[in-house]
Design a protein around this ligand. Structure first.
Ligand code: PTJ
Length: 245
């Protein structure tokens, strides 16, 4: 039991979520390392949502709302930290949720799909009985793409991953959004919209934005997307990293 008075209470709660997920058997062995990297970057931005991150979130939500078949891709870490919040966001922007794992095993897929079902989301994609296509250019387990999900999606949220998938999905004409505390990651650099924020702050904030943007004209959303410059926004994000008191 972590006392609320502990100065690192919020951060310790997240660690506890990760530990519990590991005990349930659905985290990758290296998930804690990835989480620790995230913690370090979060510390350096003052564990707050920065202005460039907010701007990116507005654009990301606009893009999701404009899409015909948006998909939120979830892995072990994302599920451990924001399972309920991802379900809420999916409902708000009318997106599908698909399991996509770098360290894919049948056992992990089974536990994660059951978890989403237990949390009230029945239509989870990327499961063992789904119609899965393996994307040729991705030479690891992240190649899985559900026929009705990632394979045919026009916009995909790929949070908490670093690798070649964003680039390959983008080359196939899809619009890619990431949430990644590391603005230097390959995925952040290759995505169309990169949100440098902790996923635990970003996803609920995006749901709030969606409630607001849903009432806007399509033309307004299109303008937001067209005006956004991810490279410029990432530069601004990098400037938020404080190396001095
Ligand atoms: O569940 P699997 O098998 O798909 O594996 C998941 C991990 C995360 C282990 C796998 O995708 C991996 O190894 O990822 P990387 O290459 O370590 O990239 C994870 C990225 O997420 C890093 O750039 C971290 O900075 C970032 N990150 C970690 N925790 C958070 C985060 N970004 C936002 N919020 C976080 N809480």
């Amino acid at each position: 039991m972590i006392p609320k008075s502990h100065p690192r209470y919020e951060s310790l709660l997240l660690r506890e979520k990760m530990v519990n997920a590991a005990k349930k058997g659905y985290l990758a062995d290296s998930a804690m390392i990835a989480h620790g990297r995230g913690e370090a970057f979060d510390y350096l931005i003052g564990e707050r949502t920065t202005f460039p991150a907010k701007r990116a979130m507005y654009v990301a939500v606009a893009a999701l709302l404009l899409s015909n078949n948006p998909v939120l891709s979830v892995n072990g870490n994302t599920t451990a930290l924001v399972c309920d919040e991802i379900i809420e966001l999916a409902q708000e922007v009318n997106a599908k949720i698909e399991i996509n794992l770098f360290y894919r095993t049948d056992e992990r897929v089974k536990i994660i799909s059951q978890l989403y079902k237990d949390h009230g989301y029945k239509d989870i994609l990327g499961t063992l009985d789904d119609d899965i296509i393996y994307l040729n250019d991705i030479k690891n387990s992240r190649a899985t793409a559900s026929r009705t999900g990632i394979f045919s999606a026009d916009t995909i949220l790929v949070p908490l991953e670093d690798g070649d998938r964003a680039e390959i999905l983008k080359k196939s004409g899809k619009n890619i959004i990431t949430i990644d505390l590391n603005p230097l990651s390959r995925t952040s650099k290759m995505s169309d919209v990169s949100i440098m924020d902790n996923i635990v702050r970003a996803v609920p904030f995006m749901t709030k934005i969606a409630k607001d943007l849903k009432t806007q004209d399509k033309a307004v959303l299109l303008e937001m997307v067209h005006e956004f410059d991810n490279e410029e926004n990432l530069k601004e994000s990098l400037q938020q990293i404080r190396l001095k008191e």
